[in-house]
Design a binder for this molecule. Structure first.
Ligand SMILES: [Fe+2]
Ligand SMILES: [Fe+2]
Length: 379
């Protein structure tokens, strides 16, 4: 324990007297008058049910929430009556709306809650035994799953690290990143299960990836962490998931990637909409975001030289024969160009187009001599 109460209640005569009074039936009933605003709420779409969007009204709503919401720094729910002098100060560090908010965040939360799936039962694991693939392809796939498992574990930690630092006035964001934490825990689960169910087990943990993941965890502000993780890293992962579905050795794997992709797309969208919000409301933070993305891009580039890169080439070419490797290099080259193009697209959509001109990926793109002409990835 580090937080101790200011009173020893069993030795406090006022408290004991008041407690005895209530037990005798002498109720105060002052709280009966403390109700806050009463509003009418109905599900806008009965099929979807009663959502946070339907509750976006008056003092309960989020549209009216100012950039700096004065008031409780406690667990008082937004809209509740509160006595600021007596509430506990939870010492939240993120107290400005632009620190955490994103356009459409309530919708992202609702979507996350309605689209949960189960890694134990929603992937047809038993079919894996009947799917033919070569041993080297299965090993390469296990390497890919090992990498994804590492990434997903840190993606679970990151939202968990920031959730309790957010002011409870922003509960839609806290709720959303709580759904992200469980999504990522499930992703770590599904990739671990896939590596083991295929018979190969886990392969090599990747130092390059881990340094990058550590950098994500240790960013100074939530917005920098979000730009690094949601927009850049998870954006890259989303492109990789689409690529992995495309080159999946079995229909079981295709199903797995379809499931993780729907979650990942949501996380990336939140990141894009948070960055857009930050830039719209507090454009003075641009230099800080540029500096964070300078290093984020640097770490991301380090992964272009690793066992992961080779595993993807073997998977894409379906083997290690020279013509298969040649074909694999072409396909993976296309993937890498796509990763960069899609990142630039997200920067444009979030209103941070000026980033593209100074991005480290521009030089990388220019350096890429791999021809992706023959290879095609699904759009
Ligand atoms: Fe994930
Ligand atoms: Fe994610």
């Amino acid at each position: 324990m580090s937080y101790y109460g200011s009173t020893e209640y069993m030795h406090n005569s006022d408290f004991i007297l008041a407690m005895k009074d209530i037990r005798k039936g002498n109720l105060d009933l002052g709280w009966l008058d403390k109700g806050a605003e009463q509003i009418e709420v109905n599900a806008d779409n009965p099929k979807r049910g009663l959502t946070y969007l339907d509750l976006n009204k008056g003092s309960y709503g989020y549209d009216e929430l100012p950039e700096v919401p004065r008031g409780p720094r406690s667990a008082a729910p937004r809209g509740a009556a509160y006595d600021v002098d007596h509430q506990a100060d939870m010492s939240p560090e993120l107290n400005r709306k632009s620190d955490v908010w994103a356009y459409k965040v309530a919708s992202f939360y609702e979507e996350a809650m309605s689209r949960q799936w189960d890694a134990s039962t929603d992937v047809p694991w038993a079919d894996l035994d009947h799917c033919e693939r070569s041993e080297e392809v299965e090993i390469a796939f296990a390497q890919l799953c090992t990498f994804f498992t590492e990434v997903e574990m840190i993606a679970t930690d990151l939202p968990a690290k920031w959730a309790w630092r957010m002011n409870n006035q922003f509960h839609e964001v806290k709720g959303f990143i709580a759904t992200q934490a469980i999504d990522e825990a499930r992703h770590a689960e599904v990739f671990r299960k896939r590596a083991l169910a295929g018979g190969v087990g886990l392969m090599e943990a990747m130092p390059q990836a881990e340094h990058s993941l550590k950098a994500i965890l240790e960013t100074d502000t939530y917005s920098e962490a979000s730009a690094f993780m949601h927009l850049l890293a998870e954006g890259n992962i989303l492109t990789m998931f689409r690529f992995s579905e495309f080159i999946s050795p079995t229909p079981v794997d295709k199903r797995m990637f379809q499931l993780v992709m729907q979650d990942e797309a949501r996380h990336v969208s939140y990141g894009l909409q948070h960055l857009k919000w930050v830039l719209d409301k507090t454009p003075e933070r641009k230099p800080q975001l540029h500096a964070a993305l300078d290093e984020a891009e640097n770490f991301s580039i380090s992964q272009f030289d690793s066992a992961l890169f080779e595993a993807m080439i073997v998977l894409a070419g379906k083997g290690t024969k020279p013509d298969q490797i040649k074909r694999g290099i072409e396909i993976v080259g296309t993937l890498q160009i796509k990763q960069i193009e899609e990142y630039f697209q997200r920067l444009r959509r979030s209103g941070f187009e000026e980033r593209i001109a100074v991005s480290k990926f521009r030089d990388l793109l220019a350096m890429m001599t791999l021809s992706g002409k023959d290879a095609e990835l699904p759009v």
